[in-house]
Design a protein around this ligand. Structure first.
Ligand code: DSN
Length: 480
């Protein structure tokens, strides 16, 4: 077999030379990004390192091809190779997740969610109305039909997890389009434990009677029982949509099974491909046969031309995730999150829900007298890349916040194990305990500025770089 490391290195060296011949600053920034990613502790829960095969697949002439439509039914000529790519990506996704239907065109998680919402509305609302008006499709509805449809139905209702409890912007957050196209209500978590309370979700659902019940999260450090969510959805006649963007890798890797696997329980499942699933940046949707025809209309319902080069890379990533080694990786992601959480608890750091059982650890930095923004900045100065995040009922709002969200997918890809994550907890704790809030120029307490005790940021940055050298990113890839 060819030496893939040497091939990768020479492929990138040559690619960067070609790029530099047109715009050398982009080649330089690309090299610098690799150097930065190599030296820092990447703990952003939604990031990972895709394989060279996935990354290289995105850099081809598939990028140049328009292919609006679906496999075998395109609005442009010459799509035979795109058909091959899209079909393969969808087949791999169906096999990987055990889904009845897969739609791999969405460009991002938000695109996937919007497409799913409109598909659910089309399936649940448009269908019966077409019948009522005796129309075969929406094109046959007259303006007067549309007017009466709007007047009678108004906005439909959506119930999702609130942003500060760990839900996503697209789960009905007021300033997001999802909070405008639907009448929305949100469920939170228990104020004492920080855990999802299914009885509260059920009570809200009974009262609000949503058309769509959304489950899933981007900052909740716990597993969700999707069988229970489906029971609630069925009781009130809602469609259950699960957004598994964050934990798709744990589903693919069979860490989340039974009631924790969304596929057998949800009508529609949306996802990204680049987080714990470790693929290219993009989105996709899985659905039951019943919802498939509506989801299949993603273009023209919501989307334009699919990104064929990214669909090709999704196929490669799904093929990778079907290998047994991915299951080991996914289990390591969850085990490492446990080790990280335990490391913080032993060092007296407060965790939302007092722990984790997925890939996320959410620190509450308010007992240290810091905002999330101050903690995020101090950590970045120290070579630790994280993001600030709201905690439930956050007094500091969504900009300054009181939390730091950490995730284990990226550093697990680099090979760190439980004892390394304990050391990571030690490094982060040292920085946080050595940071104090700064003052505004007028002398008032600031939510943004901060002071780190002398030597701590530099010392931690050096320690982080030393740790990362033991776990090389893309080993053998030399761009010097
Ligand atoms: N931006 C993603 C995240 O960090 O979780 C969600 O959209």
């Amino acid at each position: 077999m060819a030496d893939l490391t040497a091939l990768t290195s020479s492929a990138y060296q040559q690619a960067l030379e070609v790029i530099a011949s047109v715009e050398p600053r982009i080649a330089d920034a690309t090299k610098q990004e690799l150097a930065d990613q190599r030296a820092s502790l990447k703990l952003i829960a939604s990031e990972n390192y895709a394989s060279p095969a996935v990354l290289l697949t995105m850099g081809t002439w598939f990028s140049d091809k328009y292919a609006e439509g679906t496999v075998g039914h395109r609005f442009y000529a010459g799509c035979q190779n795109v058909d091959t790519v899209e079909q393969l990506a969808a087949d791999h996704a169906k096999e990987l997740f055990g889904a009845e239907y897969a739609y791999v065109q969405p460009h991002s998680g938000i695109d996937a969610n919007l497409t799913a919402y409109w598909a659910i509305l089309a399936h649940r609302v448009e269908g019966p109305w077409l019948e009522k008006f005796g129309a075969k499709n929406v094109a046959e509805l007259s303006e007067a039909d549309w007017e009466s449809l709007r007047a009678e139905l108004g906005n439909q209702r959506l119930l999702g997890m609130s942003l500060d409890a760990g839900g996503h912007l697209t789960h009905g957050f007021r300033p997001n389009i999802s909070g405008k196209m639907f009448h929305q209500q949100q469920y939170g978590t228990d104020p004492e434990t920080g855990l999802l309370d299914y009885d509260v979700v059920r009570a809200k659902a009974r009262e609000f009677k949503p058309l769509v019940l959304v489950a899933g999260y981007s900052a909740y450090p716990r597993r969700v029982n999707f069988a229970k969510m489906r029971e609630i959805a069925d009781e009130v006649g809602a469609t259950l949509m699960v957004d598994m963007a964050h934990f798709a890798g744990l589903v693919a890797g069979k860490v989340f099974t039974g009631d924790e696997d969304p596929i057998p329980h949800a009508h529609v499942v949306t996802s990204t491909s680049h987080k714990s699933l470790r693929g290219p940046r993009g989105g996709f949707i899985l659905a039951t046969e019943e919802y498939a025809p509506s989801v299949d209309r993603g273009c023209p319902l919501v989307l334009g031309g699919p990104l064929s080069h990214v669909m090709a890379a999704k196929a490669v990533a799904f093929a990778e995730a079907r290998q047994e080694s991915f299951q080991t990786y996914a289990q390591d992601v969850a085990d490492n999150a446990q080790a990280l959480a335990e490391g913080f608890k032993r060092r007296g750091i407060t965790l939302v829900t007092d722990g984790t059982d997925n890939h996320i650890v959410l620190l509450d930095v308010s007992p240290l007298g810091l905002t999330g923004r101050q903690a995020e900045s101090a950590l970045l100065d120290s070579g630790v890349v994280t993001n600030r995040n709201s905690v439930p009922a956050d007094p500091n709002g969504a900009w300054y916040t009181s939390g730091i969200r950490l995730g284990t997918p990226a550093l697990t890809t680099r090979g760190l194990g439980a004892s390394d994550f304990d050391y990571v907890a030690e490094l982060i704790t040292q920085v946080l305990k050595s940071t104090t809030p700064g003052r505004t120029s007028a002398g008032a307490a600031s939510k943004a500025s901060y002071v780190i005790a002398d030597g701590v940021a530099g010392g931690t940055k050096a320690a982080a770089a030393e740790l990362m050298e033991k776990f090389p990113l893309y080993p053998g890839l030399d761009l010097s």
